[in-house]
Design a protein around this ligand. Structure first.
Ligand code: NAD
Ligand code: UGA
Length: 458
């Protein structure tokens, strides 16, 4: 078949892989190639053992792969052939030099810009898919326009809003698709070309076009607002524990106001994931660099509150287990940063596990999808740590269970059976408020939910 356009995506990660799989599935007239420097990752995208776990993703990949969806490490040739290049490389927080711990590390992004210049022979549209600091497109345009071949590259910002664990659904039914362009004739034309991709399946009224800088900044702001709601409810959970108010009742009462709504007001041990913290710190850094210190302080508090919530959860475990956990067997039920993913980046589980190991507890880590990543996260510290996918085996001989991830399977466990194999007194610390606390108490557990009164037999 002759394809009408060649689309390339540089970066075959949590965003590049699923996004391109759905574009390929919905646009059989386009050839979609995804490239990465990581050979192992590309090898897995070409197998049925995909490098990431996402419900529905394997079916989507299998339906398009080999027809109009291709995964490859041949970066130069793929750049030469492409009409449109999505750049979806990682943009983590900088760990060195100026802005360390706050600013985005743009080295991967800049490398791709130079590669695009080196291997292009005709005009192309370059799409920022990665989350980037506002005004990055300006730097991208400068690098791209410094080419002796006089090729015109039009830069578009098309940030991605998918959440892990629901990526396929989010891509198929997005709340909106955001396309930012220069406000010039060639900018508008490039925005129309990108909009035409999504128009294959997204209703036209959901495709929003803006100027470049609004698109870049909207992505950071959306993540900041979502994280802010979680930090807000988590702050109130601490007050609930002092006053015997119940955080679930508060979430319901407050969320019932349509202006507030129920999404993202579930108290937790804190948000994890590769983006919220990184993107807010980046926003804070940008504000400070413009001298907007009050604005920076305001958003930084969202991240500080998240750290406080994780610390609070950890301290509660230690305090309630009589201030010593040396040698005590504690099960972390879940390790992924949220349910339905194997991703553990910035998971509160990492913080809790490391601190419990510092206290010399005997850890068992139990997660249906995240054990491979958990092993990597704790490498070198995990002498004696047991990784166990079966919750019943994990609980044998344990003194405490700490719920880290809100997996559905954990809600359906037979806790009577688990209680019977645990040492007594048996403790449950529910960092997600997903279990039936009254029932657990009746079985015999000492139960410590988040933001509500504890139920203890002491
Ligand atoms: P990731 O680390 O899973 O994937 C990035 C990939 O890019 C890696 O496989 C890496 O090997 C590859 N790469 C890096 N430099 C390269 C180069 N020069 N050439 C070819 N490949 C290269 O990251 P991710 O989670 O997919 O995130 C990518 C971007 O999307 C980030 O900016 C992130 O903030 C943003 N984002 C992520 C999510 C999410 O849910 N993970 C959602 C929305 C936006
Ligand atoms: C988030 C955003 O939801 C996406 O729109 C965005 O594209 C993405 O970041 C990104 O830029 O990377 P993600 O981090 O994958 O997606 O997952 P979320 O569902 O947002 O959950 C983030 C964290 O917040 C998880 O640890 C989750 O457990 C926690 N959370 C969420 C709560 O603690 N309480 C809530 O009420 C909701």
């Amino acid at each position: 078949m002759k394809f009408t356009k060649n689309i390339l995506c540089i970066g075959a990660g949590y965003v590049g892989g699923p996004t391109m799989a759905i574009i390929a599935l919905k646009c059989p007239d386009y050839k979609v190639t995804v490239v990465d420097v990581n050979e192992e990752r590309i090898g897995r995208w070409n197998s049925d053992d995909l490098p990431i776990y996402e419900p529905g993703l394997l079916n989507a990949v299998q339906a398009a792969r080999g027809k109009n969806l291709f995964f490859s490490t041949a970066i130069p040739e793929s750049i030469t052939d492409a009409d449109i290049i999505f750049v979806s490389v990682n943009t983590p927080t900088k760990t060195f030099g100026l802005g360390a711990g706050m600013a985005s590390d743009l080295q991967h992004w800049e490398k791709t810009a130079h590669q695009i210049v080196a291997y292009s022979e005709r005009p192309k549209i370059i799409v920022e898919k990665s989350t980037l600091p506002v005004r990055t497109a300006e730097a991208m345009e400068r690098i791209l326009s410094e080419n002796i071949k006089n090729i015109h590259f039009e830069v578009i910002s098309n940030p991605e809003f998918l959440a892990e664990g629901s990526a396929v659904k989010d891509l198929l039914e997005p709340d909106r698709v955001l396309i930012g362009s220069q406000q010039t004739e060639s900018g508008f034309e490039a925005a129309r070309v990108i909009a035409a991709i999504y128009a294959h399946w997204v209703p036209i009224e959901k495709i929003i076009t803006t100027n470049l800088w609004s698109a870049e900044l909207s992505k950071l702001v959306a993540n900041a607002f979502l994280a802010q709601r979680i930090s807000s409810i988590n702050a109130i959970s601490a007050l609930c524990e002092k006053t015997d108010a119940d955080i679930s009742e508060i979430s319901f009462a407050v969320g019932s106001d349509k202006r507030i709504g129920f999404d993202f007001i579930n108290a937790s041990i804190g948000f994890g994931g590769s983006c919220f913290k990184k993107d807010i710190l980046n926003l804070v850094y940008i504000c400070r660099s413009y001298g907007l210190n009050e604005v920076a302080d305001y958003w930084e508090m969202v991240v500080k509150m998240n750290a406080y919530q994780q610390e609070r959860f950890l301290r509660k475990i230690i305090k309630e287990m009589f201030n010593t956990i040396v040698g005590k067997k504690i099960v972390l039920l879940g390790f992924a940063f949220k349910a339905n993913t194997g991703d553990t980046r910035e998971s509160p589980g990492i913080f809790v596990a490391k601190k419990l190991l510092d206290e010399r507890a005997a850890l068992v880590i139990c997660d249906p999808q995240a054990l491979e990543n958990a092993r990597k996260d704790l490498a070198g510290l995990d002498d004696g740590v047991i990784y166990e996918a079966d919750p019943y085996r994990a609980a044998a001989g344990a003194q405490a269970i700490a719920v880290i991830t809100e997996w559905d399977v954990f809600k359906k466990l037979d806790f009577e059976k688990i209680f019977n194999v645990m040492q007594k007194p048996a403790f449950i610390f529910d960092g997600r408020n997903i279990l039936d606390h009254r029932r657990l108490f009746e079985i015999g557990f000492n139960v410590f939910p988040l933001g509500k009164p504890s139920l203890t037999h002491f």
